[in-house]
Write a protein that binds this ligand. Structure first.
Ligand SMILES: [Zn+2]
Length: 314
C-alpha cells in the first residue's frame, strides 16, 4: 500500500521524479543503515492509528533518519561511526581554546563539505514535510545538523543542535552561510588539496597532520574573531531559550513520535521525559533499542524511509 502523493521532487542528480518511493536508491546510501526486519503490516497499522488519532503531533528526529541519505550516525551497531572507527567528535572546549584544533577541524570540514552539503532528503524527510503541509505535524524537532528537513521544505522546525550550513563568529556572534566560507577557504588555500577518506555525521573527514598544518583558516571578516560552525559540539549545551521553546511545544502537543534516534543524548531525551510527565502517548521508530523503549506505547524497528511514506496523514 505504498502511497504516492502526486508530488514531484528533485533528486540528487537534479531530475524530477513523480513518487516519494523513488527518492532514495538503496545502493551507496544503504551503507550506513543498520539491518532491520521486514516491515510488519500490523505495526504499520498501529502507527497509522497513532498518527490518525494525533491532532497536535510533535516529531523528534535523530541521525537515524539521515542514514538513508548516506550520512552515517555515531551509535548504530556495526555501521555507526563509533563502531567503524576510533574517531570521536570534536569537543566544544577544545575547539574554543585551541587554534590548532580549529585548524584541524576546518581543514577536514573543508574537504568534506562538497559531499556533506550535497546530501539530499530521503522519503522520510519528504513524508514529514508533507505531513506539515497537510496540517498533521504540529512541530518538528531535529537533533541533526544536516539541513535535510529544510531541504525537504519543513518550516515548523527547531534544529536543536544548530545547522552545519551556517557559520558563527565566536567574537561578535555574526552568522554567515557556510557556502561563503568555502569560497574564502579556496582563495586562501589555492594549492592545498586532500582527499576525503570517510565522512562523519558532522561533515568531518580524516586527514594527515601534514595536510592539516598547511591549511589556512580565515577569521571573521567583521571582527577578526574565530569562526565555528553554528552547531552544538559535544561538551557544549543547547541554548536555554531554545530548550524552553521546545519544552513549550511538547507541552502543547498531544502525542510524540521519535524517528531515528536512540535518545542516548540528554538534550533530546529530556523532551521525552516532559512528554511522559504530560502523559502523552509516545511512539518510537528506530532500528535498535532506545533509552525510552519502556516509555513508548509503540516501538517500530523499521527503516524510516520505508515506513513513513506508507502513513496517510489525513
Ligand atoms: Zn566576528
Amino acid at each position: 500500500m505504498r502511497m504516492s502523493f502526486g508530488l514531484t521532487f528533485r533528486t540528487a542528480k537534479g531530475c524530477w521524479v513523480p513518487n516519494l518511493s523513488q527518492q532514495c536508491s538503496r545502493g551507496s546510501t544503504g551503507l550506513f543503515v543498520p539491518p532491520s526486519p521486514p516491515l510488519d503490516s500490523e505495526k504499520v497499522k498501529e502507527l497509522q492509528r497513532f498518527i490518525t488519532l494525533s491532532k497536535r503531533l510533535l516529531v523528534m528526529t535523530g541521525a537515524g533518519i539521515s542514514t538513508e541519505s548516506g550520512i552515517p550516525d555515531y551509535r548504530s551497531e556495526k555501521v555507526g561511526l563509533y563502531a567503524r572507527t576510533d574517531r570521536r567528535p570534536t569537543q566544544h572546549g577544545d575547539f574554543v581554546r585551541i587554534a590548532q584544533i580549529r585548524q584541524r577541524y576546518w581543514a577536514r570540514n573543508f574537504v568534506g563539505w562538497p559531499q556533506f552539503s550535497s546530501h539530499q532528503p530521503n522519503p522520510a524527510h519528504w513524508a514529514l514535510s508533507n505531513w506539515e503541509r497537510l496540517g498533521k505535524l504540529y512541530w518538528l524537532v531535529t537533533q541533526n545538523v544536516d539541513a535535510l528537513h529544510t531541504k525537504a521544505g519543513s518550516q515548523r522546525l527547531t534544529e536543536l543542535h544548530g545547522c552545519m550550513h551556517r557559520v558563527l563568529c565566536l567574537g561578535c556572534g555574526e552568522q554567515t552561510p557556510r557556502g561563503a566560507l568555502q569560497e574564502r577557504f579556496e582563495v586562501l588555500n589555492p594549492t592545498w588539496s586532500a582527499e576525503a577518506h570517510g565522512l562523519a555525521p558532522d561533515g568531518d573527514v580524516f586527514l594527515t597532520e601534514e595536510q592539516v598544518q598547511s591549511f589556512r583558516v580565515p577569521p571573521c571578516s567583521r571582527c577578526g574573531g574565530p569562526l565555528k560552525p553554528d552547531v552544538v559540539f559535544f561538551g557544549d549545551t543547547v541554548n536555554p531559550d531554545k530548550v524552553d521553546f521546545v519544552h513549550r511545544r511538547v507541552k502543547e502537543a498531544d502525542s510524540l513520535l521519535v524517528v531515528g534516534s536512540s535518545l542516548q543524548v540528554y538534550s533530546g531525551y529530556r523532551f521525552i521525559l516532559t512528554a511522559q510527565e504530560k502523559k502523552l502517548p509516545i511512539a518510537i521508530l528506530n532500528i535498535g533499542p532506545t533509552r525510552s523503549d519502556d516509555l513508548a506505547c509503540l516501538k517500530l524497528d523499521s527503516r524510516c524511509g520505508d515506513l513513513l511514506p506508507l502513513i496517510d496523514p489525513r
